[in-house]
Design a protein around this ligand. Structure first.
Ligand code: MBD
Ligand code: FE
Length: 281
């Protein structure tokens, strides 16, 4: 592949992810002293137990300190926490969730993207590469009734695995949009299939993955938040049958119910349907 642009750097996307996260949370939630104490005490006990059982040395402790400083300076706290921790938070949140399965939000959601009535084509460059995809379906409630006007907030990587807003060579808003379903809760979204995503290898998250001998890949995926007034918002991701890394996602965020089966619709284009079920808020 010949790149026609400088490769986006980890520091660039890390900074953007930190800024986007700060902008999305103006104030932290209120957490009681009791809760802080019980959760942090158990968290620290886990770290202490690992130090004892693995006989962590002073050199290793200082290396860890340096590493954590680097994660912060590189703006990679959103990335590393979403890759290695968020999936368990999502599992816990999902315990009482009906309807469509959720998955992690990840670090690359941006609010306030262009609103488009269905049928919609996500903003793309004139020469956007990748297989054309028609992604269609219905949004219904848990009793099977349509949810008219449901919003499908969708964002995904391009054919090289980069996200707009986090890779400077991409126009703002590329492959992002909020698609409004029709009176029957139906949506038709034209876009292109994303490529697999590789954690940037030049930053601290990538260097940990390399140091541990793991691989830095997430399978190709679409991100979605599906919402409507009176319903619990679903945050999820959809994957592609046969895609590489489905069985070893570095972020542990795949679920069998979230795998799409696109079919050829002629002209080399793909089409797939997927229906969403929202539970009452
Ligand atoms: C991604 O694209 C993503 O979805 C997650 C969860 C982490 C890193 C990059
Ligand atoms: Fe992603």
């Amino acid at each position: 592949m010949t790149a026609t642009h400088d490769s986006p750097t980890a520091a660039g996307s890390g900074d953007s992810a930190t800024k986007a996260f700060r902008a999305s949370r103006s104030t932290g939630p209120e957490v009681s002293q009791e809760r802080v104490s019980e959760v942090v005490t158990e968290l620290l006990a886990g770290i202490h137990a690992t130090i004892r059982s693995k006989k962590v040395s002073y050199d290793e402790f200082q290396a860890a300190k340096k590493y954590l400083i680097d994660v912060g300076e590189g703006g990679e706290w959103p990335l590393i926490l979403d890759v290695f921790v968020e999936h368990v938070v999502e599992d816990v949140a999902a315990e009482d969730q009906e309807g469509t399965k959720g998955s992690i939000l990840g670090p690359y959601h941006l609010p306030d993207q262009v609103r488009l009535d269905t049928p919609a084509t996500l903003p793309r460059r004139p020469d956007e590469k990748g297989t054309e995809l028609l992604f269609a379906g219905h949004v219904r409630d848990t009793e099977g009734n349509p949810v008219p006007g449901a919003e499908l907030d969708i964002w995904h990587a391009d054919d090289e695995g980069y996200y707009s807003g986090f890779a400077p060579h991409l126009p703002d808003g590329n492959l992002r949009g909020v698609v409004v379903a029709d009176e029957q809760g139906k949506f038709d979204i034209h876009t292109i299939e994303p490529s697999a995503y590789q954690i940037p290898t030049d930053g601290p998250t990538g260097s940990l993955i390399e140091a541990a001998g793991w691989h830095p890949w997430r399978p190709a995926h679409l991100h979605l938040m599906v919402r409507a007034p009176g319903y619990r918002t679903i945050t999820t991701q959809l994957y592609f049958r046969g895609g590489e890394w489905l069985d070893s996602d570095v972020a542990s965020a795949t679920k069998p119910e979230l795998i799409l089966d696109p079919v050829d619709s002629g002209d080399g284009k793909h089409a797939v349907t997927y229906d969403f079920t929202l539970e009452p808020a």
